[in-house]
Ligand binder design. Structure first.
Ligand code: AMP
Ligand code: MN
Ligand code: MN
Ligand code: MN
Length: 291
């Protein structure tokens, strides 16, 4: 059986490995099919693809889009996207503009708490184009304001805390339509991580379906394992395809390692079930005809 990991990050967003390092490490960990899904940016895909072809792993072009839904931030993963698609890229560019404005604003707000140079510090720690709250958290740890990443979020960066700036991300409909415009499948990332009541989560899924969403992450490295059975049941009942991803951000111990995901529970229809007939097969056919 092939091993899939369909949610990972590189330093093009808030991961710590280069796309090439990520792919190499995934291969060593026994992953056969890997999606790189950086936040709001696809800059790492080209490098990841070169390494993937070299080490013999199937790379799925992906992205994790930030969405504001009912005043909450929700993440929608796009899989098998055409990264050249203009609708997708214009949408992501708009989110990165907001991100940039927000980063400066987070810096201003932290300065009011006598934390100097946070924007510059986060910018320095960010190795790609986007600045994420993760980079602010790393800065706060580095400068000794907090003991660890969790504390950085809890004390400064999560909703209602001094350095928090409410999101003005894409709408759910925009995110799904950008992904579909790029020929991809939309997936609700780590559904068990949102602070939503059971009823509201079902409403999110319902709207997601109406927008043309395809799948939910039944298995996520950022879920407690007990969430899996529950999400598997919802996926089966509501006819969503099931995805699985570690949400790996790097070798630091905060994150689940690559190649450790359990199999999808029985009854789940994998999001990759038709990939032989679609994008995946196309890449493989193209690769064969070139060689
Ligand atoms: P942003 O998209 O810039 O708002 O940053 C969100 C990112 O912060 C997520 O993708 C996670 O990688 C990270 N994050 C959020 N909450 C936490 C937490 N409590 N501990 C560690 N990382 C977190
Ligand atoms: Mn992240
Ligand atoms: Mn996420
Ligand atoms: Mn993620």
């Amino acid at each position: 059986m092939r091993r899939f990991d369909l949610h990972t990050h590189s330093l093009q967003s808030d991961g710590t490995l280069t796309p090439a390092e990520l792919v190499t490490r995934a291969r060593a960990a026994g992953v056969d099919v890997l999606a790189l899904t950086d936040h709001d940016v696809t800059d790492g895909i080209a490098e990841a693809r070169i390494t993937a072809d070299r080490v013999g792993i199937t790379l799925i072009a992906g992205v994790e889009i930030s969405v504001t839904w009912q005043s909450q931030t929700v993440h929608i993963v796009g899989l098998n996207i055409d990264t050249a698609d203009h609708v997708l890229q214009q949408g992501l560019a708009r989110l990165r503009e907001f991100r940039q404005w927000r980063a400066v604003e987070i810096g201003r707000r932290l300065q009011k708490k006598r934390i100097e140079g946070a924007y510059e510090g986060a910018r320095r720690l960010a190795k790609g184009t986007i600045v994420s709250r993760t980079h602010f958290a790393r800065f706060l740890v580095e400068q000794g304001y907090v003991r660890g990443m969790q504390q950085a979020f809890k004390q400064f960066l999560s909703s209602g805390k001094p350095g928090h700036v409410p999101g003005q991300w894409a709408t759910l409909d925009e995110a799904v339509s950008w992904i579909r415009s790029a020929g991809g499948q939309a997936v609700v990332a780590h559904p068990a991580r949102y602070k939503l009541s059971a009823g509201k989560l079902l409403r999110l899924f319902g709207e997601f379906r109406e927008c043309g969403g395809a799948a939910i992450e039944v298995i996520s490295g950022s879920h407690p394992p007990e969430a899996t059975q529950h999400l598997a049941r919802i996926a089966a009942e509501q006819d969503f395809l099931a995805s699985a991803g570690s949400d790996y951000h790097g070798p630091e111990k905060t994150w689940m390692d690559l190649g450790r995901l359990p199999a999808l529970p029985d009854g789940c229809v994998p999001v990759w079930r038709n990939w032989e007939m679609t994008g995946l097969a196309t890449h493989e056919v193209v690769a064969e005809s070139l060689s």
